[in-house]
Design a protein around this ligand. Structure first.
Ligand code: LMR
Length: 346
């Protein structure tokens, strides 16, 4: 008798468990996961728009940042990334940020110079001898002044990210001395200093959004362009360009920006977690960007169709001489406080 009751109880418990956990009808099991059930309807969503590929320093940093934020805030904050200019291009992203349609952007310094002329300082050719010089300047007074410049535009500047130095490419001839630029047309980043830089070399320019550079080079609308190795590599610009000069003449970095009122309304604890994730991402980027550019340059060197020349010290001297008047030309617009933070090249 006892054995029968035991067996019946065993079967009953088994059946109940199966009904509860195992034999749920197919329809119930396939119901979509609803975050409301896990109490996450209050999750803070940050839309982060940028214009480059996902496998570039900025694209990878964005992904790294999103992952850190997810961990640090225990999923209370979600960073949604929109790469490749799929949502907004450099021409429209600042306005979208100010409207609050997106909450976070990371435009290049050149793009930011269109918002505030203080950022022109970062485009002065040969202003920084190496990455260390850039990092030191941005961690000091120069960085403080650039971030402060955004306050009057109601934009919160929270970090500086790096993509390294720009190199010149074109499809017509090797670029060694200023005379080689005569008559050529270059795609330029939207910065007055960059226009002056090409004028000083005897070239003309056209402002073209980043995601149209490849097509413009291919169609011959412009003969050349300047960019970092990672942007040249990931956008496959090398397919249209027969010559590249490793000149390191200009720096391409990013200002990481938030919509100011969105940032101000975040709980202080969330601001602190975001700031900590940004600091970690910036450091991570510093460690990885140079290695990535080095590896991609190695791959470019394997290609037969592109001739890569590294500027000699004598050639560099000629470029520097051509660029020096730009420093005086922009001194007033940039302002003395920023100008004294950089070293005129020699
Ligand atoms: C460019 O327009 O070439 C750059 O600003 C792209 C980028 O964001 O790296």
């Amino acid at each position: 008798m006892k054995t029968t009751i035991g067996m019946i109880s065993f079967i009953a418990v088994g059946l109940l468990a199966a009904i509860l956990f195992g034999f749920r009808p197919e329809a119930t099991r396939n119901l979509p996961f609803d975050e409301e059930q896990t109490g996450l309807t209050d999750r803070i969503v940050i839309k982060f728009s940028h214009v480059v590929a996902e496998n570039t320093p900025k694209g990878l940093a964005a992904t790294h940042f999103a992952k850190l934020v997810k961990e640090k805030t225990k999923e209370a904050v979600e960073i949604q990334i929109f790469p490749n200019g799929m949502l907004y291009t450099e021409d429209t992203e600042v306005a979208a940020l100010k409207r609050g349609d997106i909450q976070m952007i990371a435009p290049s310094f050149s793009n930011l110079s269109a918002v505030d002329s203080a950022w022109l300082v970062m485009d002065l050719p040969f202003a920084f001898s190496d990455q260390q010089a850039v990092d030191k300047a941005l961690a000091g007074e120069l960085g403080t002044l650039l971030a402060a410049a955004m306050e009057k535009h109601h934009i919160k500047s929270v970090a500086f990210w790096s993509n390294g130095f720009k190199q010149m490419t074109n499809s017509i001839r090797p670029l060694r001395v200023p005379e080689d630029f005569a008559g050529l047309k270059f795609r330029m980043l939207p910065s007055d200093v960059v226009i002056s830089q090409f004028q000083a070399l005897g070239a003309t320019t056209e402002k073209i959004p980043f995601n149209q550079v490849f097509a413009s080079l291919k169609k011959g609308i412009v003969n050349g362009q300047e960019n970092t190795i990672s942007n040249i590599f990931t956008k496959q610009l090398f397919q249209t360009q027969h010559y590249m000069t490793i000149s390191n003449h200009g720096y391409l970095g990013y200002g990481v920006m938030f919509n100011e009122s969105f940032w101000d309304e975040l709980p202080p604890s969330i601001q602190a977690e975001l700031q900590s994730a940004l600091t970690e991402t910036t450091e991570w980027m510093m460690r990885n960007t140079a290695a990535m550019q080095e590896q991609q340059l190695g791959q470019l060197k394997q290609l037969k169709d592109i001739d890569i020349h590294t500027l000699t010290p004598q050639e560099r001297e000629q470029w520097v001489r051509a660029f020096l008047p730009i420093y005086d030309q922009y001194r007033d617009r940039i302002g003395e406080a920023l100008m004294k933070e950089i070293t005129r090249p020699k």
